[in-house]
Design a protein. Structure first.
Length: 86
């Protein structure tokens, strides 16, 4: 769905609701300048692609990190950092 910036400004709440179902392209001077998407879609698109403070991670992500294990096939790589100090 595409709307002009004027339409969007006059009906922000309407287009926020529509963005829950499909992206809303906001057009200015014939050019798409922004796209409004649902918070759920945004999270899906960016999760794992941005660094975040540990305090902002959800419990499922924290549990996955706690339970993660490196495969034994990579154990030999430990030797590469054995003497490393920060």
């Amino acid at each position: 769905m595409k709307v002009t910036i004027g339409e969007f400004q006059n009906n922000v709440e309407l287009y926020q609701d529509k963005a829950e179902r499909e992206p809303v392209a906001i057009v200015n001077d014939g050019e798409t300048r922004s796209v409004l998407v649902s918070a759920a879609l945004f999270e899906t698109l960016v999760k794992g692609r941005l660094s975040r403070a540990v305090e902002h991670l959800d419990e499922d992500t924290l549990a996955a990190i706690r339970e993660a294990r490196v495969s034994e096939e990579y154990a030999h790589l430990d030797a590469l950092i054995a003497d490393w100090t920060p």
